[in-house]
Design a protein around this ligand. Structure first.
Ligand SMILES: C[S@@+](CC[C@H](N)C(=O)[O-])C[C@H]1O[C@@H](n2cnc3c(N)ncnc32)[C@H](O)[C@@H]1O
Length: 274
């Protein structure tokens, strides 16, 4: 069995929890993703008229264990997995990823600017973390790089998504861990930075062989933005596939109870309750 050709080099609108079940075992060459961090994030940055919107599944992290199992299932043997996270949700992601993968590093992405947060009571946040795991053994391409990576953040004026990641940073990860012709999956694609990075990697290698991308994104607005930016196929209907696990829509916050993980925002620490 192989991945549906309709999905290759496309962004599919729907829940990755649902869509990943339709991917056969051992068919993906690399997963690079920036999932909801479980912090109910509201950016203070604005588009011309309004604040950038919150996104789904950013309240509880109860979906993480099953999702990591699915990432492991769809990846081929001897492949890599990069998962963005941050200091206060790192314990949850690390624990679940280490259950299935050989965690090799936690990469530190140092940005050229810093976020806001508690202006008087905390240091200015200027980095994010990327858990780097291996399924089996795979060498990194090219020279040996540091686990600290400096890369400019996406300028506010060019941002369509509150947590948009720089294409340049993703390109480096993709080139280190995939080869031309490979399929790179981002199950939480946002506005499709990972797809753009696959295109950039192909161009950068200059041998005419593309990295293929496969992007899933729940929010049709972000899918439209990605398609407007040249990813996927414009003419397709935006058919949203949801399942019962997409409970954590921002508006439903008061009804959400994380079964396994609870945010202790006062201590900026996530505690595993098991
Ligand atoms: C942290 S953002 C990713 C931003 C992306 N890296 C970019 O550069 O645009 C996480 C994204 O996951 C999406 N999302 C949340 N739950 C999802 C699900 N079940 N399936 C697919 N996408 C989901 C959100 O709508 C949000 O756009």
């Amino acid at each position: 069995m192989s991945i549906s050709s309709d999905w290759i080099n496309n962004i599919v609108c729907g829940s990755c929890f649902d869509l990943m079940r339709d991917l056969p075992d051992d068919t993906v060459d690399l997963v690079v993703t920036d999932p909801p961090y479980g912090i109910d994030y509201q950016s203070n940055r604005r588009t011309a008229r309004e604040k950038l919107p919150k996104f789904a599944n950013d309240i509880s992290l109860e979906w993480v264990p099953e999702w990591v199992d699915e990432v492991h299932r769809v990846l081929k043997d001897n492949t890599h997995f990069y998962c963005f996270t941050r200091f206060d949700t790192y314990p949850v992601f690390y624990r679940e990823i280490a259950r299935r993968f050989d965690v090799k590093n936690c990469l530190i992405w140092v940005k050229n600017n810093h976020g806001s947060g508690d202006l008087n009571g905390s240091y200015a946040p200027q980095y994010e973390m990327i858990i780097f795991g291996a399924k089996g053994k795979r060498h990194l391409n090219g020279k040996r790089d540091s686990d600290v990576m400096e890369c400019e953040n996406v300028p506010s004026a060019q941002r369509f998504h509150a947590t948009q990641k720089p294409v340049e940073l993703l390109r480096v990860l993709i080139e280190k861990s995939s080869d031309p012709g490979d399929v790179v999956l981002d199950p939480f694609a946002g506005t499709g930075s990972c797809g753009l990075a696959c295109k950039a990697a192909s161009h950068h290698d200059g041998d005419g062989h593309e990295r293929n991308f496969l992007l899933f994104e729940l929010n049709p607005e972000f899918v439209r933005k990605a398609r407007a930016g040249g990813l996927g196929r414009q003419e397709e209907l935006l058919e949203v596939r949801r399942d019962k696990r997409n409970l954590a829509e921002p508006k439903q916050r008061s009804t959400i109870r994380a079964r396994r993980y609870v945010a202790r925002k006062d201590q900026s620490l996530w505690l595993a309750l098991e």
